[in-house]
Design a protein around this ligand. Structure first.
Ligand code: 26Q
Length: 849
């Protein structure tokens, strides 16, 4: 089934398979035993499961290196244009299983492991996932890297190597407790440090003007501190191709010279302090998915990795023999949100100050280099930095931003003479109160293309947050254009790896091309009404639900009924995502059961999962509410298991993989206009869940694709939300006019779910009764009605199965391969490049020359 170019190449002149590239089962077994001995320093009697995992990981990494090095060599030799994906987050998930799948050696390795007396799932479970992201944005970056490699597009991901990723979540007495994520404690077999490619990054200090020997005015930045960036590289392999691109993450260290100075002065502790201050920069990921006011360390992180990345690109560019003027022809740099947008000013600084280029030329190159992806419409989530902090940390960049702004506003004045309000709206500096640098404005002005992540989001972006820019660019000769690229997810991780049963069933009917051409799934439409296929489809769903039920029982001791409707909401906890609307529905069902204990309800299991930002009090209270309602409902004998509520702790990539396949119903219930896209919505539907959702983010497009009759839509549209808010909204009125809603709120208020404590959930209730900023009360009646439609539909098992099959069959659009193709064709202009594998023997011969 799998073509293995490598097995031939692994055979050396002596006719023996090379130990580090060979793919035969005996060779894999020998490699595993060797690595246990030589890399872990263990023999079987004393080896832990983690030792075996490490030995296997190294065995697989050896087989990756051939492809990785061939890829790097090809890019170098052909001087190709490379995508540079700048992201403060990459939420990769575990590597091992994905690499087995993409290499096409799953079965061989499974066999070799079994023959060695080991169990592959046990070894896979040892891997600590690199949790280097918060949620959607970081996971999108990971899907995009995988698709870039699969599509054979030259790319490198640049980011931060946080020593501590997103915290591990424990639930204690219903509350979230955060535990430090020590993902590196047993070592990371997937990365290779490249200290020889370190970069220096400056902070603070001041600038000086001087005249160079050509008589030109130049600026010199004299820093107050310097930090060294060490790159750590991880190969990202494409699916069944030779392309293995690089993820290059930077770790901050103190430069040796800095220590020495203090040491020579006799201040040993001072020198160690300086080291600690430097290393702090990459210590920990900020666990917030929106900016917190003026956290200096966060700005340092952003500048640190962006500066390392741009210096690295320029170094590579020049080493390849290219003139600096063609930088934009060889690198397409994508800004994953505003987090790396300081890159606009940094590239200007590098070109003008360090490479002596004139401003106009440098600005053209900069604009032609960057693309900016926006991921949010929430005004409070727009990144801005206090001017004073900015000046203290990045004095030269502030000067550059002023100059960019001055020239930009001069252009604006031509279009809007004497319109001071327009200038204030568009300015890179917010001067309405305390002064700030507006990072979205910097990114917009400094890029050639600005994109949103779903059709609706892109529309709203141009109508709201960046409206003045959209209006400006529509007239006159501006370089910038707005466009949409709807998000996607990789079917390799989110179907092949997560749902092998469904993968086998689909492949048995339509072959396996769909894994790289997801539109092929449409061929499943012919089987939507085929009773035999329907039966197999239900069997897969049932088996997968049993898997999840077993997992939950093992981990939490909660028994759930695998025949009940699995109704799942997993995502970061946020008011705008409205997990509490879901809870109101649960309380309403509970209320109805209490009123009428013999009510004929479709049994449902409500599953939640997600982390709250540690400082987000309301989100943490929402977690407590879910767990409190779970406690009450699960232990009430009148319920008789017709309603069960489970909160899965520590939701991360690893824990999410068994969740999506097991869902019957996917909850995508954000207030319309608030969720930029969503990507979990795609993972669910692609695994045969039906969606209950608002017309928000990519839900709109999912519904278009799968058909309105196969999607449970409810709630106000984004337009209606805006109208209602404009007219002044009073939640109390809605509370008074819906008995079910009133009753649900009153039950929380009564202390029923909090052991009689009526104060516990007071902040939540007050927020809903007085503000209800996300309109739960408005959407509640429609949501409840829609949920009863869901239950009715679920009773008709044939019809439900048909809808489920059609959902999967029509999800082809939401592959990240499609997204990446759009970015590549319309924004980056980076054609694919075939990578030829070079035989290992030849590489070795080359090395000895
Ligand atoms: C910024 C500055 C300082 C500290 C933190 C941050 C920060 C960090 C993470 C701000 C935002 C984030 C993450 C945002 C995010 O995940 N957005 C989601 O992106 C997905 C991919 O496009 C979309 O599908 C989701 O709709 C969007 O919420």
């Amino acid at each position: 089934m799998v073509e293995n170019t490598q097995s031939n190449l692994a055979v050396t002149v002596t006719g023996v398979e090379d130990d580090r590239t060979g793919l035969s089962i005996p060779t894999l077994r020998r490699a595993l035993a060797d690595n246990l001995f030589y890399l872990q320093g263990k023999f079987p009697r004393i080896a832990t499961p983690n030792d075996y995992y490490m030995a296997l990981a190294y065995t697989v990494r050896d087989r990756l290196l051939q492809r990785w090095l061939s890829t790097i060599r090809t890019y170098l030799e052909q001087n190709v244009k490379v995508v540079s994906y700048l992201s403060a987050e990459f939420l990769l998930g575990p590597h091992l299983e994905n690499n087995l799948i993409n290499l096409g050696i799953y079965e061989q390795v499974q066999q070799a492991v079994t023959e060695s007396g080991l169990d592959l799932p046990t070894l896979l479970a040892q891997e600590e996932e690199p949790g280097l992201g918060n949620g959607g944005l970081g996971r999108l970056a990971a899907c995009y890297l995988e698709s870039l490699a699969t599509l054979e597009i030259p790319a490198v991901g640049y980011g931060l190597r946080y020593e501590f990723g997103i915290f591990d979540q424990e639930i204690q007495e219903g509350w979230q407790v955060e535990i430090t994520d020590k993902w590196l404690q047993y070592g990371n077999p997937w990365e290779i440090a490249r200290p020889e490619a370190a970069q220096m990054v400056k902070f603070g200090g001041h600038t000086e003007v001087y005249t160079d020997n050509q008589g030109a005015m130049r600026v010199n930045w004299i820093p107050g501190q310097e930090v060294k960036g060490i790159p750590y590289d991880t190969p990202i392999l494409g699916y069944r191709v030779n392309t293995a691109n690089t993820l290059r993450l930077w770790k901050a260290e103190a430069p040796e010279s800095f220590d020495f100075e203090a040491f020579n002065l006799g201040d040993y502790y001072g020198s160690v302090d300086a080291k600690i201050v430097s290393e702090n920069i990459t210590k920990v990921l900020y666990p917030n998915d929106e900016p917190l006011q003026g956290k200096q360390l966060r700005l340092q992180q952003q500048y640190f990795f962006v500066s390392c990345a741009l210096q690295d690109m320029i170094r590579i560019h020049l080493r390849r023999g290219n003139p600096i003027e063609t930088f934009h022809e060889k690198f397409a740099v994508q800004l994953n949100d505003t987090h790396p947008s300081i890159g606009v000013a940094e590239l200007m600084r590098l070109l003008v100050d360090e490479h002596g280029m004139g401003w106009e030329r440098a600005w053209e190159i900069t604009q032609q280099t960057f693309g900016y992806t926006n991921h949010t419409l929430l005004p409070e989530a727009l990144e801005k930095w206090p001017l004073d902090l900015f000046r203290r940390l990045l004095p030269r960049h502030l000067e550059i931003i002023y100059e960019i702004n001055r020239r930009f506003l001069d252009q604006v004045r031509i279009q809007y003479p004497d319109d001071h309000e327009k200038l204030a709206q568009l300015s890179l500096i917010d001067e309405s109160g305390e002064r700030y640098v507006r990072m979205a404005h910097l990114a917009t002005v400094g890029s050639h293309t600005i994109n949103g992540v779903a059709e609706l989001h892109t529309q709203l972006l141009q109508a709201e947050v960046l409206q003045p820019f959209a209006e400006l660019f529509a007239v006159g000769n501006w370089r910038q254009t707005f466009t949409n690229v709807t998000n996607g997810v990789t079917p390799r991780r989110w179907v092949a790896l997560s749902n092998p049963r469904l993968t086998r069933l689909i492949t048995s009917k339509i072959g396996d091309r769909w894994l790289t051409h997801l539109d092929d799934l449409r061929q499943l439409e012919t089987f939507a009404d085929d009773p035999a296929f329907q039966q197999e489809w239900r069997q897969v769903k049932q088996a997968v639900k049993e898997d999840l039920a077993n997992r939950i029982y093992k981990q939490q001791g909660i028994a759930i009924n695998p025949s009940s409707l699995f109704d799942i909401q997993v995502k970061r906890i946020h008011e705008y995502k409205r997990q509490h609307l879901n809870v109101l529905h649960i309380i309403t069902l509970y209320d109805r059961l209490k009123q009428n204990p013999n009510l004929d309800l479709v049994p449902r299991t409500f599953i939640f999962g997600g982390k709250a930002a540690p400082g987000y009090v309301m989100a943490k209270l929402m977690i407590k509410l879910i767990n409190s309602v779970a406690e009450t409902v699960n232990n009430d004998p009148t319920v008789r298991d017709r309603v069960k509520v489970v909160f899965i702790p520590d939701y991360n990539v690893t824990n999410s993989q068994p969740v999506y396949p097991a869902a019957d119903l996917s909850e995508q219930i954000s207030t319309a206009g608030k969720e930029a896209s969503g990507t979990g919505n795609m993972k669910f539907s692609l695994n045969g869940a039906l969606t209950i959702g608002t017309l928000d983010g990519a839900n709109v497009e999912i519904r278009e694709e799968v058909g309105a009759e196969n999607f449970f839509r409810f709630g106000l549209s984004a337009d209606e939300v805006a109208q209602l808010k404009a007219g002044g909204y009073t939640p109390q009125y809605y509370y008074q006019s819906n008995v079910l809603l009133k009753s649900a709120i009153d039950l929380i208020d009564s202390g029923l779910f909090s052991g009689g404590d009526r104060e516990l959930f007071r902040p939540l209730i007050n927020s809903l009764m007085n503000e209800d900023p996300y309109l739960l009360f408005v959407d509640y009646p429609d949501y409840i009605e829609c949920q009863s439609q869901v239950s009715r539909a679920y009773r008709d098992s044939e019809h439900w199965t048909r809808m489920s099959i059609l959902n999967v069959a029509r999800m082809g659009k939401f592959s990240s391969d499609r997204s990446i193709r759009e970015y590549s064709d319309r924004i980056w202009h980076t054609p694919p490049v075939k990578v030829e594998l070079e035989a290992y023997a030849q590489t070795k011969a080359g090395l000895s020359v």
